[in-house]
Design a protein around this ligand. Structure first.
Ligand code: GDP
Length: 298
């Protein structure tokens, strides 16, 4: 299956509800009710109020027609524009560090495994750091993903200082002249202050050990959590400066419309999307391709 076909399959649930509803509205006669119904469909599709209102405003600025095809094309153009330009990971010159952030259950460990696989397929050498020392199971999971992807894993005992794990892993990356370190981090939000301090410490270690080097701080959010994801992003961004978002579990949700809200409400680029649990189920986010899969030309 091609990359694009996999994305289409991943978005099937969202197309079944959100897209189907929007297409229904496109068949309405022109007039104020059309805009109201379109806005309602967007809001119900988890696009969120501010983003839905903006889309309607841009829609109103165009001449409306009876033609569902032309209306679809108008929405497609507005959505592509809203999603912005593709934002690839910045990993050059090597060695690069990728800190993977997010609340427990968002999909961090799975994303790391898939990203390791993706980068290995591009010919990059990868090391993983088991920085979520709070959960023994997270360390074990990372080791399994590392074995699958052909990436060594630096781990300490459960309860160890995560910044020390990342420090050791960076030393190993330099000694072995590897290309990318991907570090897992803890995501227990009930000790928010401690967690953010811990992340800042890891950040400082990376900045000291890789001076001027490429560092990505990727926040993984569960795409099915909509507004919650936006709040999480604000919190993490304030603490450590997020360089990009990973939207995980887009395949498991009918709430794919939330991608528009997330892209618009947060001034942060979406860099990767997760569309399943298999090693191949992580893709660079391509706004045009995403729009083609979400609002296909029929
Ligand atoms: P963490 O606590 O943030 O490390 O989250 P995990 O990586 O352990 O993921 C939590 C659950 O979500 C696991 O059952 C994963 O298999 C699942 N998961 C993660 N990413 C995806 C995805 O893109 N699609 C689907 N369907 N499931 C995912």
């Amino acid at each position: 299956m091609s990359f694009f076909d996999r994305l289409k399959v991943g978005l099937a649930r969202t197309r079944g509800s959100f897209t189907a509803r929007v297409e229904q509205v496109f068949r309405q006669p022109p007039g104020p009710e059309f805009y109201e119904e379109l806005e309602a469909a967007l809001v119900q599709g988890d696009v969120g109020l501010p983003t839905s209102a903006l889309i309607i405003e841009r829609f109103r600025a165009r001449r409306d027609t009876h033609d569902p095809g032309q209306r679809r094309e108008a929405l497609r153009q507005i959505v592509v524009e809203l999603l912005g330009a593709p934002a690839p990971l910045q990993l050059d010159p090597p060695p690069a560090a990728v800190l993977v952030l997010g609340v427990n259950g968002a999909g961090k460990t799975t994303t790391i495994g898939k990203l390791a696989h993706h980068l290995r397929a591009q010919g990059r050498s990868v090391m993983l750091a088991a920085g979520d020392t709070f959960r023994a199971a997270a360390i074990d999971q990372l080791v399994i993903w590392g074995e699958r992807a052909g990436a060594a894993v630096v781990r300490h005992a459960p309860g160890a200082d995560p910044a020390a794990v990342v420090y050791d892993a960076l030393a190993a990356v330099r000694a072995r002249r590897l290309d990318v370190l991907i570090a897992d981090t803890a995501g227990r939000l009930h000790t928010k202050v401690n967690l953010m301090e811990e992340l800042k410490k890891i950040n400082r270690v990376v900045a000291r050990e890789l001076p001027g080097g490429p560092v990505e701080r990727l926040l993984v959010v569960d795409a099915g959590t909509g507004q919650n994801a936006i709040q999480q992003a604000r919190l993490f961004h304030e603490a450590v400066g997020v360089t990009g978002l990973v939207l995980a579990k887009l395949d498991g949700t009918a709430k794919g419309g939330a991608v528009l809200a997330i892209a618009h409400e947060l001034a942060l680029p979406v860099k990767l999307i997760g569309i399943g649990e298999a090693p191949d189920d992580l893709q660079p986010f391509d706004p045009q391709q995403f729009t083609d899969a979400l609002l296909p030309v029929v």
